[in-house]
Ligand binder design. Sequence first.
Ligand code: SAH
Length: 238
Amino acid sequence: SNRNSKNSVQDAFKARLAGSRFRILNEELYTNTSTNSYDKFKANPELFEQYHDGFRHQVESWPENPIHSTHLQLAYTSILLTPLDFGCGEAELAKDLSNIKRTQPKQNIHSFDLVSPNKFVTACDMSNVPLEDKSVDVCVFCLSLMGTNLADFIREAHRVLKNDGRVQIAEVRSRIEYIEKTEGTLDEFIGVLGKLGFECVRTDRTNTMFLLLELKKNGKNPSKKLEFSAKPCIYKRR
Ligand code: SAH
Protein backbone atom coordinates (compact mmCIF):
# COMPACT_ATOMS: atom_id res chain seq x y z
CA SER A 1 0.00 0.00 0.00
CA ASN A 2 0.85 3.65 -0.21
CA ARG A 3 1.32 3.89 3.51
CA ASN A 4 3.75 0.95 3.61
CA SER A 5 5.86 2.28 0.80
CA LYS A 6 6.00 5.63 2.53
CA ASN A 7 7.15 3.90 5.74
CA SER A 8 9.80 1.92 3.96
CA VAL A 9 11.17 5.08 2.34
CA GLN A 10 11.29 6.66 5.78
CA ASP A 11 12.95 3.58 7.25
CA ALA A 12 15.57 3.58 4.53
CA PHE A 13 16.20 7.26 5.16
CA LYS A 14 16.53 6.67 8.91
CA ALA A 15 18.91 3.79 8.33
CA ARG A 16 21.11 5.93 6.08
CA LEU A 17 21.14 8.72 8.62
CA ALA A 18 22.06 6.30 11.42
CA GLY A 19 24.78 4.84 9.21
CA SER A 20 26.35 8.19 8.51
CA ARG A 21 26.13 9.22 12.18
CA PHE A 22 27.99 6.03 13.08
CA ARG A 23 30.71 6.63 10.50
CA ILE A 24 31.27 10.21 11.66
CA LEU A 25 31.46 9.19 15.34
CA ASN A 26 33.75 6.31 14.46
CA GLU A 27 36.14 8.57 12.58
CA GLU A 28 36.08 11.08 15.44
CA LEU A 29 36.95 8.42 17.99
CA TYR A 30 39.93 7.34 15.90
CA THR A 31 41.28 10.81 15.19
CA ASN A 32 40.88 12.56 18.56
CA THR A 33 42.67 12.18 21.87
CA SER A 34 40.86 10.06 24.42
CA THR A 35 40.43 13.10 26.68
CA ASN A 36 38.51 14.92 23.96
CA SER A 37 36.33 11.90 23.21
CA TYR A 38 35.61 11.33 26.88
CA ASP A 39 34.53 14.97 27.38
CA LYS A 40 32.35 14.84 24.29
CA PHE A 41 30.62 11.57 25.23
CA LYS A 42 30.20 12.68 28.83
CA ALA A 43 28.39 15.80 27.68
CA ASN A 44 26.36 13.84 25.09
CA PRO A 45 25.80 10.31 26.41
CA GLU A 46 23.29 9.60 23.63
CA LEU A 47 26.28 9.40 21.26
CA PHE A 48 27.17 6.04 22.80
CA GLU A 49 23.91 4.49 21.63
CA GLN A 50 24.21 6.10 18.22
CA TYR A 51 27.69 4.65 17.89
CA HIS A 52 26.70 1.20 19.07
CA ASP A 53 23.62 0.99 16.84
CA GLY A 54 26.06 1.32 13.94
CA PHE A 55 28.72 -0.88 15.49
CA ARG A 56 26.24 -3.72 16.06
CA HIS A 57 25.16 -3.45 12.44
CA GLN A 58 28.80 -3.57 11.34
CA VAL A 59 29.53 -6.64 13.48
CA GLU A 60 26.60 -8.49 11.91
CA SER A 61 28.33 -8.30 8.53
CA TRP A 62 31.52 -9.98 9.82
CA PRO A 63 32.08 -13.74 9.63
CA GLU A 64 33.15 -13.75 13.29
CA ASN A 65 32.84 -11.32 16.19
CA PRO A 66 36.29 -11.25 17.82
CA ILE A 67 34.78 -10.70 21.27
CA HIS A 68 33.47 -14.28 21.06
CA SER A 69 36.68 -15.71 19.60
CA THR A 70 38.60 -18.40 21.41
CA HIS A 71 41.50 -15.97 21.66
CA LEU A 72 39.77 -14.32 24.57
CA GLN A 73 39.30 -17.69 26.26
CA LEU A 74 41.75 -16.83 28.99
CA ALA A 75 39.51 -13.98 30.05
CA TYR A 76 36.35 -16.07 29.65
CA THR A 77 37.16 -19.33 31.26
CA SER A 78 39.35 -18.59 34.22
CA ILE A 79 36.88 -18.17 37.03
CA LEU A 80 39.61 -17.14 39.43
CA LEU A 81 41.06 -14.37 37.29
CA THR A 82 40.18 -10.71 37.35
CA PRO A 83 39.83 -9.41 33.80
CA LEU A 84 39.63 -5.79 32.74
CA ASP A 85 37.80 -5.05 29.49
CA PHE A 86 39.14 -1.74 28.08
CA GLY A 87 36.56 -0.08 25.79
CA CYS A 88 34.01 -2.79 26.55
CA GLY A 89 31.14 -1.27 24.56
CA GLU A 90 27.94 -2.96 25.74
CA ALA A 91 30.02 -5.36 27.87
CA GLU A 92 29.50 -8.57 25.92
CA LEU A 93 32.45 -10.08 27.77
CA ALA A 94 31.02 -9.33 31.22
CA LYS A 95 27.64 -10.69 30.14
CA ASP A 96 29.22 -13.92 28.91
CA LEU A 97 31.26 -14.20 32.09
CA SER A 98 28.24 -13.64 34.31
CA ASN A 99 26.60 -16.62 32.59
CA ILE A 100 29.66 -18.78 33.13
CA LYS A 101 29.96 -17.60 36.70
CA ARG A 102 26.31 -18.00 37.65
CA THR A 103 27.34 -19.88 40.75
CA GLN A 104 29.78 -17.17 41.77
CA PRO A 105 28.15 -14.42 43.79
CA LYS A 106 30.85 -11.89 43.04
CA GLN A 107 31.35 -10.33 39.65
CA ASN A 108 35.04 -9.59 39.40
CA ILE A 109 35.35 -8.40 35.81
CA HIS A 110 35.93 -4.67 35.33
CA SER A 111 34.35 -3.15 32.22
CA PHE A 112 35.16 0.40 31.19
CA ASP A 113 33.87 2.61 28.42
CA LEU A 114 33.27 6.31 27.75
CA VAL A 115 29.62 5.97 28.83
CA SER A 116 27.89 3.34 30.96
CA PRO A 117 25.01 1.75 29.03
CA ASN A 118 24.24 -0.91 31.69
CA LYS A 119 25.11 -2.16 35.18
CA PHE A 120 28.29 -3.88 34.04
CA VAL A 121 30.03 -0.77 32.74
CA THR A 122 31.87 2.01 34.56
CA ALA A 123 32.27 5.23 32.59
CA CYS A 124 35.81 6.58 32.31
CA ASP A 125 38.55 7.42 29.86
CA MET A 126 40.47 4.16 29.70
CA SER A 127 43.80 5.99 29.78
CA ASN A 128 42.97 6.51 33.45
CA VAL A 129 40.98 3.69 35.04
CA PRO A 130 39.89 3.72 38.70
CA LEU A 131 41.90 0.63 39.74
CA GLU A 132 44.95 -0.05 41.89
CA ASP A 133 48.37 -0.92 40.48
CA LYS A 134 48.87 -4.64 39.71
CA SER A 135 45.29 -5.58 40.50
CA VAL A 136 44.14 -7.41 37.36
CA ASP A 137 45.15 -10.65 35.62
CA VAL A 138 43.95 -10.07 32.06
CA CYS A 139 43.61 -6.82 30.11
CA VAL A 140 41.37 -7.10 27.06
CA PHE A 141 41.33 -4.62 24.16
CA CYS A 142 38.80 -5.87 21.63
CA LEU A 143 38.60 -3.38 18.74
CA SER A 144 39.00 -0.59 21.26
CA LEU A 145 42.43 0.86 20.49
CA MET A 146 40.81 4.07 19.29
CA GLY A 147 42.15 7.59 19.67
CA THR A 148 45.50 9.16 18.90
CA ASN A 149 47.11 8.34 22.26
CA LEU A 150 47.29 4.55 22.18
CA ALA A 151 50.49 4.51 24.25
CA ASP A 152 48.53 5.91 27.20
CA PHE A 153 46.19 2.88 27.12
CA ILE A 154 49.07 0.43 26.95
CA ARG A 155 50.86 2.18 29.83
CA GLU A 156 47.62 2.05 31.83
CA ALA A 157 47.28 -1.68 31.14
CA HIS A 158 50.89 -2.11 32.29
CA ARG A 159 50.15 -0.24 35.51
CA VAL A 160 47.07 -2.24 36.54
CA LEU A 161 48.33 -5.63 35.35
CA LYS A 162 49.90 -8.08 37.79
CA ASN A 163 53.46 -9.12 36.91
CA ASP A 164 52.38 -12.50 35.56
CA GLY A 165 49.26 -11.09 33.86
CA ARG A 166 48.42 -11.06 30.17
CA VAL A 167 47.08 -8.54 27.66
CA GLN A 168 44.75 -9.82 24.93
CA ILE A 169 44.33 -7.63 21.89
CA ALA A 170 41.93 -8.16 18.97
CA GLU A 171 42.28 -5.46 16.35
CA VAL A 172 41.50 -4.81 12.70
CA ARG A 173 44.58 -5.97 10.77
CA SER A 174 44.60 -3.15 8.25
CA ARG A 175 45.04 -0.64 11.08
CA ILE A 176 48.35 -2.21 12.05
CA GLU A 177 49.54 -4.05 8.92
CA TYR A 178 48.93 -1.39 6.30
CA ILE A 179 52.53 -1.33 4.96
CA GLU A 180 53.55 2.02 3.58
CA LYS A 181 57.26 2.25 2.81
CA THR A 182 58.89 1.16 6.08
CA GLU A 183 55.80 1.77 8.21
CA GLY A 184 52.82 -0.33 9.09
CA THR A 185 54.06 -3.81 9.86
CA LEU A 186 53.26 -6.12 12.73
CA ASP A 187 56.97 -6.19 13.68
CA GLU A 188 56.94 -2.43 14.02
CA PHE A 189 53.85 -2.59 16.22
CA ILE A 190 55.38 -5.29 18.41
CA GLY A 191 58.57 -3.20 18.64
CA VAL A 192 56.59 -0.26 20.00
CA LEU A 193 54.84 -2.51 22.54
CA GLY A 194 58.31 -3.67 23.62
CA LYS A 195 59.24 -0.10 24.54
CA LEU A 196 56.00 0.09 26.51
CA GLY A 197 57.00 -2.87 28.67
CA PHE A 198 55.39 -5.80 26.84
CA GLU A 199 56.60 -8.85 24.98
CA CYS A 200 54.35 -10.53 22.43
CA VAL A 201 53.92 -14.19 23.38
CA ARG A 202 51.28 -15.18 20.83
CA THR A 203 50.27 -13.89 17.42
CA ASP A 204 47.28 -15.18 15.52
CA ARG A 205 46.92 -13.99 11.93
CA THR A 206 44.63 -16.78 10.73
CA ASN A 207 41.66 -14.45 10.49
CA THR A 208 41.94 -12.26 7.39
CA MET A 209 40.23 -9.35 9.10
CA PHE A 210 41.43 -9.41 12.71
CA LEU A 211 44.79 -9.69 14.35
CA LEU A 212 44.97 -11.38 17.73
CA LEU A 213 47.90 -10.76 20.07
CA GLU A 214 48.76 -11.91 23.56
CA LEU A 215 51.29 -9.91 25.57
CA LYS A 216 53.10 -10.33 28.84
CA LYS A 217 55.30 -7.93 30.77
CA ASN A 218 58.89 -7.91 29.55
CA GLY A 219 60.39 -6.71 32.82
CA LYS A 220 61.20 -3.23 31.53
CA ASN A 221 59.55 -0.01 32.64
CA PRO A 222 57.32 1.43 29.91
CA SER A 223 58.70 4.50 28.18
CA LYS A 224 56.89 7.53 29.58
CA LYS A 225 57.42 9.70 26.52
CA LEU A 226 56.63 7.34 23.68
CA GLU A 227 53.44 8.08 21.75
CA PHE A 228 51.90 6.09 18.91
CA SER A 229 48.69 5.60 17.00
CA ALA A 230 47.37 3.11 14.46
CA LYS A 231 45.57 3.76 11.20
CA PRO A 232 41.92 4.71 11.71
CA CYS A 233 39.47 2.06 10.55
CA ILE A 234 37.07 4.00 8.36
CA TYR A 235 33.99 1.95 7.46
CA LYS A 236 32.66 2.35 3.95
CA ARG A 237 29.20 3.53 3.21
CA ARG A 238 27.01 0.56 2.41
N1 SAH B 1 35.07 -4.15 22.93
C1 SAH B 1 33.68 -4.05 22.52
C2 SAH B 1 33.35 -2.69 21.86
C3 SAH B 1 34.20 -2.33 20.67
S1 SAH B 1 33.73 -0.75 19.95
C4 SAH B 1 33.33 -5.18 21.60
O1 SAH B 1 34.22 -5.77 21.00
O2 SAH B 1 32.14 -5.49 21.48
C5 SAH B 1 34.99 0.29 20.64
C6 SAH B 1 34.64 0.85 22.01
O3 SAH B 1 35.77 1.53 22.54
C7 SAH B 1 33.51 1.87 21.96
O4 SAH B 1 32.47 1.47 22.82
C8 SAH B 1 34.16 3.15 22.43
O5 SAH B 1 33.28 3.98 23.15
C9 SAH B 1 35.30 2.62 23.30
N2 SAH B 1 36.36 3.58 23.55
C10 SAH B 1 37.08 4.27 22.65
N3 SAH B 1 37.94 5.09 23.26
C11 SAH B 1 37.77 4.92 24.60
C12 SAH B 1 38.38 5.50 25.76
N4 SAH B 1 39.32 6.43 25.67
N5 SAH B 1 37.97 5.08 26.97
C13 SAH B 1 36.99 4.15 27.08
N6 SAH B 1 36.39 3.56 26.02
C14 SAH B 1 36.77 3.94 24.79
